[in-house]
Every structure is written in structure tokens, then in C-alpha cells.
Write a protein that binds this ligand. Structure first.
Ligand code: AGP
Length: 647
């Protein structure tokens, strides 16, 4: 989703903004742009114009291409001419000395209007002296645009965002913060914005339901949509909250807010009554190295290989092998009778696996709701515990579901990987996974650590009898080494991936707790290799999808040795009879499977309850190598974003 970075400091801002934009590429984008405040400018005749101006550069495509607009920046590849902003002076507008220490930049993931240079951010007001970058959606933009057009404002894009600089212009009388405040009172929707004005040596930043952080440096400050953008420069951050407006300059940060309190669910307050607030400074526990490829060809491959460590880190301090107990900081209040898990995408697959595990071990009623479909029908609100699962902690549908649940009186718990993310400030309790930063768009290590968290929670609610009898703690302890074994067998998965890469369609089938694993395998394959893949409960395939079986539709089957094994063999035989090739994921030592399928991916032996961990890693590798074979942009799949911060 859109990425935002802004700089206010003593250094030349353009190289910093470009490098930081590259760190935000993982969020997914289609175009990008930069606006910088230039103190003085040399005309083509050599005269100095002392009035500060704003220069904007934007383009469709990659940040690396945008860098070519700045030939004079040392250390950046390029040399092309500057790209003039649409609707502005058509002559090349190269940055002139002296450079600028104040600028904003953006990667756009199109929502309103096609992918084009004119729709890319930053957007300007009529005077060209106010520039805005925005993440989110302005719901009432059309009526505002009509109103502003009647007042004489001219628009040069199709975006919802462009109304913001024009609204600020409408209210501007020399007080930038006041104008931003009044402009924001007119808009409905979600936003993280940063405003740059030619007449001011400070940035104005504001958020409502879209993430925004301030990075604190020494004589330099940053504003960004996430910490990955600032990790090169600082690990000290402030997380802005809904309703905050921040003034950020080289040497100061001040924040005012119009929300009445932490976690307040109502984000539509239209008051102009802002009061100064202190937001706690936090230190990010992630290192820059963790957010770099470290010699791997793709972030996704690196993150797949980091999984044993990520599991260890997430388990750390929570299990006692001697006492066979789990200790967590999460409290289950008395009177809570059922659990509802809300999540999107891969996180919802983790939830579906947890539904099975919690149901089996804890005998608690548990349901999973895709966050965008969450409603509170059929819930006994004060007896329901709602868990929001989101690796980023910024997925808007999940945030809204948790806010709604909390407003209605449900107990809430967040499971997330990102310290300080929005979900941690909405839910009453938080369980952190410790996967470290995940940059690849495809969720891998965050998925496995979500499973660890959910298994730990399930075990903590299971009776001591079950914990003692089933060797569950031992199962958790073995996970890192068993996952390592799957990774050691990666070479053996490559031929199967190559084979799969030649098809345009595939089915993934599973039963029981491996049905959501099949869903996750299909999602991974389609998102990074663009092969159309669908997951089915193995028994369901014959109720319609069988019509699609045949030599051109391979089927990937989870053949785990548990009580679903025999029915799975039956399904496989039925599929084979219709001419499809079957690749099975089966345990080492299971020789029987060979006679029924075309190929086998071997999985180390493990208690079947933990099989989702190992099967998922094998499926991640299968998807990765299939995508690689097809030459796909694995870390940045088309049309996708790492965290989906729009509804
Ligand atoms: C999966 O590979 C995707 N990245 C996607 O399905 C993701 O899991 C979903 O958007 C939810 O993200 P979250 O965990 O950050 O809320």
C-alpha cells in the first residue's frame, strides 16, 4: 500500500528520501514521487530568486527510475533530465543549489484513478506552494472537489488526495497548521498525510486510521508510514495516534490531538479542538541487517530460511519443558465463553488452523471471521473474546473489526509482529510474535510465528491432563529443528516447483487442520507465481471442481499420516482416475503413498498436530521456486501490497 517518507534536517534530503522510498518498495506500489522545498533558486539566466519554492518530481514505475531525475546527486545512478511535474513549467526543473533539507516522498498504490504520472503523489494546490502526500481514502472527495471547483480551484489528477492541498489552500492565511486542521475537519475517510509548504520550514503530519510514525534523529527528524523507511537513520520513533497532528522540523517535534483517549474507537470527530499531547518515544528492536537481503536473492527466500530462528524467538520464555507448562502474559477473563478470530489473507489461514487446535484441545467454542465480513450478529458480546491476528498490525479491515468488537463490549486481544502498530493501541491485550521485520509481500515467517502464538494460547487454555498426556510442549520444542530439516530438503522441492511452473491452474487439497494449510499453499502460489491456484477440502472437490480435472490441472495434496490419511488416499485415487497429476506432501518413510501419486515432497516426521508448520514451509518453497522459474518479481508481486491500509 502507499508508502510515505518525509525528512526535515540539516542534510540534503533528496538522497535520503530516495533511499527511504526504496525501503518502502516492499509495501507494493505503481508510481512514486518527491517534493522538496528549495530555499532559493537560480534562474536560467543565473539570477537568484530568494523566494522558497517547491519542486516536484514524479513518475510511473520504480523508485530507481525516479532517481534518474536527480543527476546531480552523488551516489545515485542516473543522469537523465529532470522530470517536470504535470501542469507545471514544462522546462526541466533540475534542483539548483543550495539543496533542501525539507521534503516529502511517496510510493502510490492506485485506488482512485489509473496508474499515471499525474495521479502519482505529491499533489499540489493551485499556487504550487503546498504539497501533500497521502495514504488512505477520502470518502467524500467528489463533493469536496465539486465544491472547490465551483470556488475556482483547478484539479490536475483523478485522485481523492488532491482535494487536500486545495482545502489547505482554501483556509491558508499564513498559519499552516491551522489550515491543515480546518481542511481535515472537512474530510471523511482515512488518511496519513504529510504537508510541505514553500513558506514554512516545518512539515505538518496527521493521521486517521492509517499508520504514521516520527523517526527521531540528531538535528534531523523523519515522518514515515512505517519504521522500515527510517531504520537506516534511527531506531527512535514515536507512533502517532488517530487524530494527531504533528509539527516536525529539523530540531523540534510537537504533537496535538483531538481524540479523547487511547484506543478511542470513534475516529470521525470533526472538532477543531486540538490539545498538546506527549507521545512516548520507543526504541525499535529491529536492526537494519534484519531488513536487508543478507546475500539471498529475494527477501522471501531469506525470510523462509529465518523461520527456525523466528519460531525460537517467539517461543522464548513461554514454555517450561520440565513442568510442561506454557506461561503467557495474556489473561482470559472469567465469563468469556467463546472466541472469535478475525484476520485477513494468510493471517486468516493461521486463524483457521487455530480454530481446529483450540477446538480440539480446549473444548472452547471458537469461530473464524474474515475481517472484512466481521459482524457481531450471534455474539453474546460481553462473553465473547475477539482476537485480531495481523502481522503488520495495520490491516484496516482487521483494525475496524477489533474497534467494533471493543466498542460493543467484547474483550479483545491482538496478535501482531510489529511493535507499536495500530492494532496494539486498539486491543486491550497484545501478544507479540518475534519474527523480526518481514519485507517480502508474501507472508512466511510471520505466518509460522502466528501459528506458534496461537498454539501457545491454545496450550495455555488446555487442561493440565491434556498437556501432560499429549507431549505438546515437546512438539513445540522440536519445531525449529524440524523446520530446518524441511529447509535442508529445499533442493528436492525445486524439480516439483519447475514442473508446477508449466501449468496455468492448480488445486491444493487438504483435510482437517491441513485444509487451511492447502489454502495457504494456494495463496502463496497464486500471489507470487501468478498461477491460478484454488484450495479445497479434499472431500469437496468432487462436488463441482472435478469438472476441471485432467492432464492440464495438477493437484497438490496434503497426505499427512493422521486420521485424515485414508480419506485423503480415497480422494487422490478419484483425482488420478480423472487424469490429473498429483504431488503429495507425505512423511518420510511413508512408502505406500508412492503407488498412488506422481510425485512426493518428503516431510520430516512430527506429531500430526504440528504438521501445518512443516507442510507450510514446503509449500512456501514450492511457490517460491515455481515463481522463480517463471521469472516473477517475487518480493513485489503485481497489484499487491504488504499491508492493506485501505478498506
Ligand atoms: C499473504 O502472503 C499476504 N501478504 C496477505 O494475505 C496478508 O496476510 C494479509 O493482507 C493480512 O495482512 P496482516 O497479517 O498484516 O493483517
Amino acid at each position: 500500500m502507499c508508502g510515505i517518507i518525509a525528512y526535515a534536517g540539516y542534510k540534503e534530503c533528496q538522497p535520503i528520501l530516495l533511499e527511504s522510498l526504496k525501503r518502502l518498495e516492499y509495501r507494493g506500489y505503481d508510481s512514486c514521487g518527491i517534493a522538496v522545498r528549495v530555499e532559493s533558486r537560480k534562474s536560467r539566466r543565473g539570477r537568484i530568486n530568494p523566494t522558497p519554492t517547491i519542486e516536484v518530481y514524479k513518475d510511473v514505475g520504480r523508485v530507481g527510475d525516479l532517481a534518474k531525475s536527480f543527476p546531480q546527486i552523488q551516489g545515485l545512478k542516473g543522469g537523465g533530465r529532470g522530470t517536470p511535474v504535470d501542469g507545471q513549467d514544462a522546462r526541466p526543473t533540475r534542483l539548483q543549489t543550495p539543496g533542501s533539507g525539507l521534503g516529502i516522498a511517496h510510493t502510490r498504490w492506485a485506488t482512485h484513478g489509473e496508474v499515471s504520472k499525474s495521479n502519482a503523489h505529491p499533489h499540489l494546490d493551485c499556487s504550487g506552494r503546498i504539497a501533500v502526500v497521502h495514504n488512505g481514502v477520502i470518502e467524500n472527495f467528489q463533493s469536496l472537489r465539486d465544491e472547490l471547483t465551483r470556488e475556482g480551484h483547478h484539479f490536475s489528477s483523478e485522485t481523492d488526495t488532491e482535494v487536500i492541498p486545495h482545502l489547505i489552500e482554501r483556509y491558508y492565511d499564513g498559519d499552516l497548521e491551522g489550515a491543515v486542521t480546518r481542511a481535515l475537519a472537512d474530510v471523511r475517510g482515512t488518511y496519513a498525510i504529510i504537508v510541505l509548504a514553500a513558506g514554512h520550514k516545518k512539515l505538518v503530519a496527521a493521521r486517521r486510521e492509517s499508520p504514521l510514525i516520527i523517526g527521531i534523529g540528531d538535528r534531523e527528524n523523519f515522518v514515515a508510514s512505517d519504521v522500515a523507511a527510517v531504520l537506516d537513520y534511527t531506531d527512535r520513533v514515536i507512533y502517532l495516534e488517530d487524530g494527531d497532528i504533528a509539527l516536525v522540523s529539523e530540531g523540534s517535534i510537537s504533537i496535538t490531538s483531538r481524540e479523547s483517549g487511547r484506543g478511542t474507537p470513534d475516529s470521525r470527530l470533526q472538532t477543531l479542538d486540538y490539545r498538546p499531547v506527549q507521545r512516548e518515544e520507543q526504541v525499535i528492536p529491529w536492526s537494519l541487517e534484519e531488513a536487508q537481503k543478507g546475500g539471498y536473492e529475494h527477501f522471501m527466500l531469506k525470510e523462509i530460511h529465518e523461520q527456525p530462528k523466528a519460531i525460537e524467538n517467539t517461543l522464548s520464555g513461554h514454555i517450561s519443558l520440565i513442568e510442561r507448562t506454557v506461561s503467557l502474559n495474556v489473561r482470559k477473563e472469567a465469563g468469556l465463553e467463546d472466541i472469535v478470530l478475525v484476520a485477513c489473507g494468510t493471517s486468516s489461514h493461521a486463524a483457521l488452523i487455530a480454530e481446529y487446535v483450540i477446538g480440539k484441545l480446549c473444548h472452547l467454542p471458537v469461530r473464524v471471521k474474515v475481517a472484512s465480513e466481521f459482524n457481531c450478529h450471534e455474539m453474546a458480546l460481553e462473553k465473547t473474546w475477539v482476537w485480531g491476528i495481523s502481522q503488520s498490525g495495520e490491516t484496516l479491515d482487521t483494525l475496524r473489526a477489533i474497534k467494533k468488537a471493543r466498542t460493543l463490549g467484547c474483550a479483545t486481544l491482538a496478535i501482531t509482529n510489529v511493535p507499536g502498530s495500530s492494532i496494539t493501541r486498539i486491543a486491550e491485550q497484545v501478544f507479540y510474535t518475534r519474527a523480526g521485520p518481514e519485507i517480502g509481500v508474501a507472508a512466511t515467517k510471520t505466518f509460522l510465528t502466528q501459528l506458534v502464538a496461537l498454539y501457545l494460547l491454545a496450550f495455555s487454555f488446555a487442561s493440565p491432563d491434556i498437556m501432560n498426556a499429549e507431549g505438546l510442549i515437546e512438539g513445540l520444542r522440536l519445531l525449529p529443528s524440524r523446520v530446518r530439516q524441511v529447509l535442508d530438503g529445499a533442493e528436492g522441492i525445486i524439480p516439483h516447483a519447475r514442473h508446477l511452473s508449466r501449468y496455468d491452474n492448480a488445486f491444493f487439497i487438504g483435510r482437517g487442520l491441513n485444509y487451511p494449510v492447502a489454502m495457504e499453499g494456494a495463496l502463496k502460489l497464486k500471489e507470487i507465481s501468478y498461477i491460478h491456484a484454488e484450495a479445497y477440502a479434499a472431500g469437496e472437490l468432487k462436488h463441482g471442481p472435478f469438472a476441471l480435472l485432467g492432464p492440464s490441472t495438477p493437484v497438490v495434496a496434503m497426505a499427512t499420516r493422521d486420521d485424515t490419511y485414508e480419506p485423503m488416499l480415497t480422494s487422490i485415487k478419484e483425482i488420478k482416475a480423472r487424469g490429473s497429476q498429483v504431488i503429495a506432501l507425505a512423511e518420510e518413510g511413508d512408502e505406500d503413498i508412492e503407488q498412488f501419486v506422481d510425485a512426493v515432497i518428503r516431510i520430516p516426521p512430527i506429531d500430526p498436530l504440528f504438521s501445518p508448520f512443516l507442510n507450510s514451509v514446503a509449500l512456501q518453497l514450492l511457490a517460491y521456486y515455481a515463481a522463480k522459474e517463471r521469472g516473477c518479481p517475487i518480493d513485489l508481486p503485481a497489484n499487491l501490497a504488504k499491508s492493506v491500509t485501505v478498506p
